[in-house]
Structure formats: C-alpha cells, structure tokens
Ligand binder design. Sequence first.
Ligand SMILES: Cc1cc2nc3c(=O)[nH]c(=O)nc-3n(C[C@H](O)[C@H](O)[C@H](O)COP(=O)(O)O)c2cc1C
Length: 206
Amino acid sequence: MSGSELTFGDFTEENEPFALFGAWLKEAEASEINDPNAVSLATVDADGLPNVRMVLLKGYDVHGFVFYTNFESQKGQELLGQKKAAMCFHWKSLRRQVRLRGEVEVVTDAEADAYYQQRPRGSRIGAWASKQSRPLEGRFALEKAVAEYTARYAVGEIPRPPYWSGFRIKPVSIEFWHDRKFRLHDRMEFRRETPDDFWSKVRMYP
Ligand SMILES: Cc1cc2nc3c(=O)[nH]c(=O)nc-3n(C[C@H](O)[C@H](O)[C@H](O)COP(=O)(O)O)c2cc1C
C-alpha cells in the first residue's frame, strides 16, 4: 500500500460503517488479550457534566450498538434522562480506535430477556443482588444479598429484574482511526443527520 492510501483496506469505498466496524472487531477478537468488546461509554448528567466508564458491547447491527446494565445505576439514570451517549473502542494491539455517538433507545423486553437468560446463573443472581452505583455499607451486605437471591431462585428460571435491561446507541457519527507513522494517522468519519439518513463519509486531518 502506498503512503497516500488510507489503511482501511477494502473498506475505503464502503458507504456505510458497519462492515468496517465488524471487520475491525473480528480482528480485535483475534488479537486482544481479553475483552475485545470492552468499550468506554460516555454519558452526561442533568447538569451537563460528562461521565465515562467501561461496558461490554453485546451486540451491534445497522440499528445500533447494544450493551446491558442496571437502569437505576448512574449511567442508567443519565441515559434515561438525556438519551444521548458516546462510545470509544481502543484496540491497543491493532493501534486502532473507533468512536461513535448518538441518541439511545431501550432494547425490547424480548431482546433483554434473550440476553439475560444466556448469562451465567451467578451473573443473573448478581443482577438482583447489586444496587449498582448506590452506597454499599460493606462487602458482607452484598454477599448476604447474593445468598438471599440464590435461596429465592434456587429452582427454576431466574426472572430478569425489572430495572435491568439494555440500551442501544443509534449512531449519527462513527469515526475510524488507525495509527500511522509520525502521528500522521488515518481518520475517516461516517456521518448522518439522523439515524434514518444515508451516511456521508469524511476524511480528516489527524
Ligand atoms: C472491562 C469492563 C467491562 C464492564 N462492563 C460492564 C457492562 O457491560 N455493564 C455494566 O453495567 N457495567 C460494566 N462494567 C462496570 C462499569 O464500568 C461501571 O463500574 C458500573 O457499570 C457502574 O457505572 P455507573 O456508576 O456509571 O453506572 C465494566 C467494567 C469494566 C472494567
């Protein structure tokens, strides 16, 4: 590849970002030592103060990027309040970054149930036991809650807690960044005004 070409391989001519994202995630799954689907999730609170933390991407398609969490957590409250979010993937071994932003929607109950039921039993109990993001007086209180829910759901299916579900970010911007020599990196952003529009593509100075 000559120095003037972008390092996006066969995807340089693509008019939508999902195929390239899929290819990069697949390569990350082969190269990262753990959690290639780990992604930082930025939200904003009611005062406009940003907040960021890691989550695990559990699905993506043309409709958006999905992760699961406790809706009573700080991020849950911020997302339900402001309905906007951003994500940033960094795949160190590949020297690549993908960032995206857009409005969020709640996944359907059917989607959330399907994902919840495939989680390990301990994680399903944990979802009941953890009052995520609220003060915990000590580790024992958490272990006691785990023991109580383990006893309550000793037999049969564990229902999905009503406050536990998924959010989908419907991106209006996705930017691909690839490290190149002398910090002359490649950047390509796909943009659209609304999630129903066609994408346009812009290359940017690094
Ligand atoms: C690699 C990694 C993956 C994580 N994945 C999730 C996740 O998918 N969902 C989640 O609720 N928290 C996840 N967490 C924990 C969050 O980063 C965070 O501590 C927690 O959700 C509380 O965030 P909040 O107080 O902003 O709501 C993950 C943490 C790490 C380090």
